[in-house]
Design a protein around this ligand. Structure first.
Ligand code: SF4
Length: 431
């Protein structure tokens, strides 16, 4: 029904062995997700139960909100809490009561676990239940963990969305549930595309407001827009929803394949699909082609960080002419990634997990044109003469769907152009 059928999957990476590495990791923790989630859900509040380090991470990553009431904060565990000398539960109850009395606009409160709260085994699930009973029905109280112990930064969103699923109202209606936090402007573009295809009703998780939470049930078809939502997908399946397996909507091809998977479910015919997508597809191809002049023929190495690595490698190799040397990802969910792996050409090593020293040795040996990595690794690699792209930028920047395809390619082209300018020098002319 679409060009999806003409996408060559016969040489995909589905049989490529995955190297699993366990060692020292260099990633942000799941608290980082609060930085984009608090913008998405303005009537929610994220209360991190953590240390001063957690508070500093959030403040430096998100900045201080001067003009608005803050939508996140940290209940700091002091030494006497950590030593078990104070009743952390009683203090938490008091802080929450004070917060909710002062902020009648808060409709949903997330108690967010951290490394310190996990270490002292503070039971935030029970705390959320206890506090929630006191403040129902005005405020829904949920909990999830953003701890950095054995997690990576995008798992914060997964844990947050999964925490909402058990409480979603039930439905028997056939509905599309789009799962994953998108910037509002991108979400509106997506809704417009789905509307042009005649697909609906469409629900969103997360919804922008607590009182417009989506419904879920056995007729729900769930489509993920982010590849790091495995726990949320499992929670939705437990509620009876069917989670679609499709490439993720990055680039022209990924967006088309994602839409085609949904269109197939709703019985949209080829002519209607083409009428709705031909123009934005052409625009996306043109925008990507502009950046691909810089990217074509270049070699890229992904260190494991955001869990976006496989879809991005698929986009950069298939649409921008790059060659992937190694694709590292913190976790590889075989089911959710099946469609992506089928599209990836054989060649790159696929690595799950992190052993940072071994991976850096391979980066140095490979001397790729571009390395996608966490902030902590970027500066040392740049100092060694390697161009880098910060993985975290990819979750803070609108990169999904047709209208962002050119921007997504440009994000990768920019460090290459910058490095080329630096090596030419001011008198050498612009490349
Ligand atoms: S949750 Fe853990 S890793 Fe994250 S800022 Fe707090 S202490 Fe650090």
């Amino acid at each position: 029904m679409t060009e999806l059928s003409s996408i060559d999957t016969s040489r995909g990476c589905t049989d490529t062995p995955v190297l699993r590495e366990r060692g020292q990791r260099e990633v942000f923790c799941g608290l980082t997700g609060i930085v984009w989630l608090h913008r998405k859900m303005p009537d929610s509040f994220f209360l991190v139960v953590g240390s001063r380090t957690c508070a500093h991470l959030l403040q430096s990553a998100a900045g201080v909100m001067i003009f608005a009431e803050p939508r996140f904060g940290t209940a700091i565990l002091e030494e006497k809490d950590l030593a078990g000398l104070a009743d952390a539960n009683a203090e938490l109850d008091r802080e929450v009561d004070r917060l909710l009395a002062r902020r009648p606009d808060i409709r949903r409160l997330f108690l967010v676990g951290s490394c310190p709260s996990e270490v002292i085994k503070l039971d935030l699930a029970r705390a959320a239940e206890r506090i929630g009973q006191r403040h129902a029905p005005r405020v829904e109280v949920l909990n999830f963990s953003g701890s950095g112990i054995e997690t990576t930064f995008t798992e914060g969103e997964d844990a947050c969305l999964a925490a909402m699923v058990p409480g979603l109202p039930a439905t028997k209606a056939r509905e599309l549930l789009v799962v994953g936090a998108l910037p509002d402007v991108v979400e509106d573009q997506m809704l417009a595309l789905l509307a042009r295809l005649g697909i609906g009703p469409v629900r969103l998780l997360p919804a922008r407001r607590a009182d417009s939470a989506p419904t879920v049930g056995p007729q729900t078809v769930a489509a993920l827009v982010q590849p790091f939502l495995g726990t949320t997908a499992a929670a939705l399946a437990e509620r009876g929803a069917r989670v679609l397996t499709a490439p993720f909507p990055f680039g022209e091809e990924g967006t088309t394949a994602w839409l085609a998977a949904i269109a197939g479910e709703w019985g949209v015919d080829a002519a209607a699909f083409a009428a709705a997508t031909d123009a934005p597809r052409a625009r996306a191809r043109k925008a990507v082609a502009a950046a691909a002049t810089t990217l074509g023929g270049k070699r890229i190495f992904f260190l494991p960080d955001s869990q976006l690595e496989l879809p991005l490698a698929r986009f950069l190799t298939r649409e921008c002419g790059m060659t992937a040397v190694e694709i590292g990802t913190p976790y590889l969910h075989a089911g959710l990634m099946a469609a992506e792996l089928a599209l990836l050409a054989p060649g790159p090593a696929i690595v799950e997990g992190q052993d940072v020293e071994a991976q850096l040795d391979r980066v140095r040996a490979a001397q790729p044109d571009l390395t996608v990595c966490g902030l902590g690794l970027a500066n040392p690699l740049e100092a060694e003469g390697l161009a880098t792209k910060w993985a975290i930028e990819l979750v803070f920047t609108p990169v999904h769907f047709y209208d962002q395809a050119g921007d997504l390619a440009a994000l990768f082209a920019r460090p290459l152009r910058r490095r080329a300018r630096l090596s030419f020098g001011p008198a050498g002319g612009q490349p």
